[in-house]
Design a protein around this ligand. Structure first.
Ligand code: NAI
Length: 472
């Protein structure tokens, strides 16, 4: 269901009328298309110290490098390799210049030790906020607060969360604020950190706002080509006939993957459309059937000789207040949204034929985080998905594999088109970006968590919700 208000107020004469009547005007978001530069405009990198210098080296270094990261070898954890990178060729400035309109600000806060250490970077950032370009990016890079930290250190580190989440609510014109939270033993130039930082800076993260993505380890690899990070990989996407699943198939194919699109036989036409558009193959399959895992494996190995990534996207709603819930509605939702994932993972991971370092990405939901009236069955299944990926990640991490989830907020699909009109309008406008997301926005986050830098993040759930205020 298209967001007609968004279209209306961003085109004349609607734009002029909205301006005159001071109506809210949700911005048109900057979305990624292949071949475009990572950012158009200068980047301000705030923060002092070895980590800030190392990141400045990567951001400013020439494409086609390699260039040394610029960090100080003595500051690296013992045993960390002498890292060398392709640069990102950005126009990086280390001090705020009021005459410039920045496309992005990266705030490196890894070395804060007390709340007072946040003042300078926060206030320097404050000075450039009014002159950011439309669709600008503000990204913090910080360390998590640990229970072993001194109270002042933990206070400063946790403070960053409040800063990011509030700033994201203040930004305008499609600008977003997000953070990368890097575990203490992980260098800021680890693949997971650079993958997440690049994602947040890019137009791929258009509808990700107010989120802090933890990087748990130095595992993973940088892609040989950032435009094709999934080159040579074989991925399976369930529920791919339409909506978010169709977008995931298209985006992963764009990023170089060979795609197996899975959906129920009744959705056969849409499934063939998706598979053709992705130049992949279609597999008609109900994910709840007992042989689903075996058939997925058989298809992928038969057609492509390998299987690297599975995206569990198939999902249904059967909304009812719990007081009116039927066993059928409860069981169907749990079976499709959660139990199918458990069973398929079990088959794949015990087969010995899944990749050496398998990658799993599950689609959860903000309903599973915050709960939603009328959705006890759905929210149970989606909260369950988050538990599933956490426990599965622990099993896969020792082998370099990974399991993570993406939790969409309100996304414009046939599923949400069924929501009553007034509720739909509210669901769109309450987010910080004042609009629903598009299926492609979820797909871009899936691509990050399916890609070579993903193993840095383990068992986490990344929200793609435009900073919908529900839950955390
Ligand atoms: P959709 O209803 O448009 O598409 C879901 C697809 O899954 C359909 O093609 C359907 O045929 C397929 N499917 C359903 N049961 C299946 C089964 N047993 N086996 C194989 N395929 C099956 O839904 P949408 O909006 O694209 O959602 C995709 C995922 O994103 C779901 O897991 C949903 O719960 C989740 N989600 C969607 C949100 C939204 O705002 N649209 C918000 C949060 C989560």
């Amino acid at each position: 269901m298209p967001d007609t208000y968004l279209d209306l107020v961003n085109r004349d004469p609607g734009r002029a009328v909205a301006r005159r009547l001071k109506l809210p005007r949700p911005p048109l978001l900057r979305r990624y298309s292949p071949g475009e530069p990572l950012l158009t405009g200068p980047v301000l990198l705030l923060g002092a110290g070895a980590d800030a210098d190392a990141l400045a080296g990567v951001l400013a270094g020439p494409v086609g490098g390699p260039v040394r990261s610029g960090d100080d070898a003595s500051s690296r954890p013992t045993g960390a390799p002498d890292l060398v990178f392709d640069g990102w060729d950005l126009d990086v400035h280390r001090h705020a210049d009021p005459a410039l309109r920045y496309a992005a600000v990266v705030v490196v806060l890894t070395e804060v030790l007390a709340p007072g250490d946040l003042s300078d970077p926060a206030l320097e950032l404050a000075g450039v906020l009014r002159s950011l370009r439309p669709g600008a990016r503000v990204v913090t890079v910080s360390r998590p607060a640990g229970s072993d930290d001194a109270p002042a250190v933990a206070a400063a580190r946790e403070g960053v969360e409040g800063l990011v989440r509030s700033l994201a609510k203040e930004l305008r014109d499609g600008a977003t604020g997000n953070g990368v939270v890097v575990a203490p033993s992980v260098p800021v130039t680890a693949p997971g950190v650079l993958g997440a930082l690049r994602f947040f800076l890019s137009a791929r993260s258009a509808y990700v706002d107010g989120q802090l993505l933890p990087i748990d380890s130095s595992a993973g690899m940088l892609p040989a080509d950032w435009a094709a990070p999934l080159a040579g990989q074989v991925v399976v996407v369930t529920g791919a006939a339409r909506g978010i699943g169709a977008a995931i198939a298209a985006v992963l194919a764009r990023d170089g993957a060979r795609v197996v699109a899975v959906d129920v036989p009744a959705a056969g036409d849409g499934l063939v459309r998706t598979a053709n558009a992705a130049r992949g193959t279609a597999l008609q399959l109900d994910v709840t059937s007992p042989d689903a895992g075996a058939r997925i494996l058989e298809h992928a190995l038969g057609r492509y000789g390998r299987l690297d990534v599975v995206v569990h996207n198939a999902g249904i709603t059967r909304d009812k207040l719990l007081a009116n819930m039927t066993p059928e509605r409860w069981d169907q939702v749990l079976a499709v949204n959660l139990e199918s994932q458990l069973a398929i993972n079990e088959t794949l991971l015990t087969s010995g034929d899944f990749a050496d370092a398998p990658r799993l990405v599950s689609i959860a939901s903000t309903s599973g985080i915050a709960g939603n009236r009328g959705q006890t069955n759905y929210a149970t299944s989606k909260a369950g998905v988050m538990g599933l990926v956490r426990a599965t990640a622990a099993l896969l991490a020792p082998f370099g594999g990974t399991a993570n989830a993406v939790a969409p907020g309100f996304i414009e699909t046939e599923m949400t088109a069924r929501i009553p009109a007034a509720t739909r309008q509210i669901a769109r406008r309450v987010s910080s970006l004042a609009q629903g997301g598009l299926p492609v926005d979820v797909a871009e986050a899936v691509a990050l968590l399916a890609g070579p830098t993903a193993p840095g993040t383990q068992g986490r759930t990344l929200r793609v919700c435009g900073q919908n205020p529900v839950g955390r």
